[in-house]
Design a protein around this ligand. Structure first.
Ligand code: UDP
Length: 192
């Protein structure tokens, strides 16, 4: 991808985000779906700015960043994060063998319902772990061990911004080949 900058934040420009990401599955990514709200938060919180700048794949999720680039004559395709995740799920389910996916985050019951709904749609979807977003220190340690042991291919983290970004940055070494995606409120939407 071509890497450009919006107010000092990197953005990766591509025609087709899902196609590129799935073609490079296994290379290990921290996917950040960047929008104007995140940039405004990061301007106030240096730790968030640093994590965004270190992410390996940064997608223009919001129309604000796309518009900003257009003002500088750079054409970017908007890629809503939730749709990118949905493409990854479809990809995972249709591989032979299916890729291993992991759901972490959201309120009790939500991640499980979201996974169940996707499994209805894609019976071959291989969900290797489901954890709610409210863990104790002990159960979070168990969750991390689960990731390390199972080596999921795609790890969706729904803890909201900036917690999910911090959590991925701190833990992606546990499954270095995985695609780690912060998905915000997507589980709530998928759970319907
Ligand atoms: N969440 C969580 N643990 C927390 C705080 C939030 O799992 O400690 C979940 C929450 O249940 C919701 C998601 O994180 O499913 C945040 O969604 P939101 O739409 O607020 O995400 P954002 O707008 O920050 O991307």
């Amino acid at each position: 991808p071509r890497r450009v900058s919006v107010l000092g934040y990197p953005l990766d420009l591509l025609d087709n985000y899902p196609a590129w990401l799935t073609a490079h599955q296994g290379d290990g990514f921290h996917v950040v779906t960047l929008n104007a709200e995140m940039i405004m938060q990061a301007e106030k919180v240096p730790q968030l700015a640093q994590v965004i700048k270190q992410a390996s794949f940064i997608v223009p999720d919001g129309s604000g960043v796309v518009l900003y680039l257009r003002l500088y004559g750079i054409k970017a395709n908007r890629q809503p994060g939730i749709e990118l995740s949905e493409s990854l799920l479809k990809f995972a389910a249709t591989q032979n063998p299916p890729l291993k996916v992991f759901f972490y985050g959201s309120a009790p019951g939500v991640a499980a319902q979201a996974a169940k709904n996707w499994q209805k749609r894609y019976p071959h979807l291989n969900v290797v772990g489901i954890y709610t977003g409210y863990q104790t220190q002990e159960t979070e340690a168990e969750l991390k061990k689960h990731i390390q042991t199972n080596q999921p291919d795609i790890i969706f983290v729904a803890l909201g911004v900036p917690r999910q970004e911090y959590w991925i940055a701190a833990n992606r070494h546990l499954a270095p080949q995985a695609t780690w995606v912060g998905v915000g409120g997507s589980f709530d939407i998928w759970a319907g």
